[in-house]
Write a protein that binds this ligand. Structure first.
Ligand SMILES: Nc1nc2c(ncn2[C@@H]2O[C@H](COP(=O)(O)OP(=O)(O)OP(=O)(O)O)[C@@H](O)[C@H]2O)c(=O)[nH]1
Ligand SMILES: [Mg+2]
Length: 447
């Protein structure tokens, strides 16, 4: 994940202050110098850094002592608040047209991730808002651009509108909107051609498409792996086109990424989404405060809960809760839960959002072996009969051999799974007799 080394450095600054009872002016000045260096090294725009440091210093020096916080904690809080402001302040959601379909136009440099973001956003809107998007192939210049979008569309079962490469993109956009109205698609997401630099011809084309379809959103896709250049180009794009929001792509890369953190300050436009992985489900709504605390290493439990909510719908959660309480949780439920969690991402992605997890450990979790084990668990349960799934107690030696053979695993794998399941049931029993399923209740309350 980008920002890792920035996070490490900032945490280092706070660590040094942790033992101190009171921060002197010099302590604060020293800390600020280090914070400034860390931001610059992470490639945050120097003007943005200057403003940031000024505000934080001023607040830190003029800070009244809050009894509940140590001086170091107060500084963390100030930095967290200002970092949140710097990258956007409040969460900015996508705007929808009162008269559907809403039209969303993508724009950005060549290779920024427009086409990928088009598919990710379409999937996200279907999943989180029950939308029926239409993706539109307006890039008629790069060979294979249309095919690329169609392949993505097939993967996520979302329709793609194309008139081939011989029709003018303005006309494609116009007909796409007609098509969407006729077929009840909403929103219409236009994937446009990339620009290597600010190219008048292509820029004019975007202006013509915009004039034709009057998009509600003009989203600029910014590659977080490219440095200051990308930010300057973003500014130019915005000056020419007036974008309405930004999608940060490739935040999963391990480059410094700080340039992307300046993009809100430099363009004045909000970051609305962040792409955090290669999978098409890896697009998240951008929450400045959560991103700030993620950078500062406070973990991002909220994002985790969000992801969980997206995947596990409430009805299922309630049914599950009832089952746990009545101690009827069986291997079928186990399989279902297991699949839900798998949908959230790789193990390391899920763990990475929890506070206090050593990032180096995560690389060890995503081993082939673990991946194989996950596949085994599914196969083993699927090789069981309905009765066996409901009452695993009846699975004796000969059944174990049959299940192992059926799933292409070993008897000891079957044993291990059954043992784990038994332990889980025991835990659930304790949970349901004591403070029952508090976690689920809390999840529900937070909606
Ligand atoms: N790791 C990672 N790779 C990404 C992400 N988004 C896009 N990519 C990759 O970046 C490359 C370019 O992505 P595209 O979506 O084709 O970019 P584009 O802006 O449509 O490019 P043009 O159409 O040529 O202008 C592809 O290889 C993508 O797989 C992301 O969030 N993470
Ligand atoms: Mg493209």
């Amino acid at each position: 994940m980008a920002f890792e080394s920035l996070g490490d450095k900032l945490q280092g600054v706070f660590k040094k202050l942790r033992g101190k009872g009171k921060l002197s002016e010099k302590d604060i000045k020293d800390a600020m110098r280090e914070i400034k260096l860390a931001l610059l090294e992470a490639d945050v725009n120097f003007k943005v850094v200057r403003d940031f440091v000024n505000v934080v210093s001023e607040k830190a020096l003029g800070q009244e002592i809050m009894e509940s916080l140590t001086p170091a904690q107060q500084l963390v809080k100030i930095v967290n608040d200002e970092l949140t402001q710097m990258i956007g302040g409040e969460t900015e959601t996508l705007k929808f047209s009162p008269k559907p379909p809403t039209i969303i136009m993508m724009c950005g440099l060549q290779g920024a991730g427009k086409t990928t973001a088009t598919a990710k956003l379409a999937l996200n809107l279907r999943k989180t808002m029950d939308k029926r998007p239409l993706m539109v192939a307006c890039d008629v210049y790069r060979p294979a651009a249309i095919k690329q979008l169609q392949v993505l569309g097939d993967q996520i079962q979302i329709p793609v509108f194309s008139l081939g490469a011989d029709v003018n993109p303005v006309e494609i956009a116009r007909q796409a909107v007609e098509h969407a109205i006729k077929h009840g698609n909403d929103p219409v997401i236009l994937d446009t051609a990339g620009r290597l630099h600010i190219d008048d011809m292509l820029m004019n084309e975007l202006i013509l498409i915009r004039a034709e379809v009057k998009p509600t959103e003009m989203l600029l896709v910014v590659d977080a792996m490219t440095g200051q250049d990308a930010v300057n180009v973003a500014k130019a794009f915005n000056d020419r086109l007036g974008v309405t929001g930004i999608i940060l792509s490739k935040l999963d890369g391990d480059t410094r990424g700080g340039a992307a953190l300046s993009v809100k300050q430099v363009t004045g436009k909000p970051i609305k989404y962040a792409s955090v992985g290669e999978k098409l489900s890896d697009l998240e709504q951008f929450h400045p405060s959560r991103m700030a605390s993620r950078i500062l290493g406070m973990g991002d439990v909220l994002t985790l809960i969000d992801k969980a909510q997206e995947q596990i719908d409430e009805k299922k959660a309630r049914e599950l809760e009832a089952k746990i309480r009545k101690q009827q949780f069986d291997l079928d439920d186990f399989l279902e839960q297991f699949r839900q969690i798998r949908k959230m991402g790789s193990i390391s992605q899920i763990l990475g959002m929890l506070p206090g997890i050593d990032k180096k450990m995560l690389d060890m979790v995503d081993t082939e072996e673990n991946e194989k084990r996950m596949v085994h668990i599914e196969a083993i349960i699927q090789s069981m009969t309905q009765e066996e799934r409901r009452k695993p107690g009846i699975i004796g030696a000969s059944r174990k051999v049959r299940i192992a053979q059926g799933s292409g695993t070993r008897v000891q794998d079957v044993n291990q799974l059954l043992k784990q399941f038994a332990e889980m049931q025991k835990m659930m029993k304790q949970m349901s007799s004591g403070k029952q399923t508090r976690m689920l209740k809390r999840l529900r309350k937070m909606r």
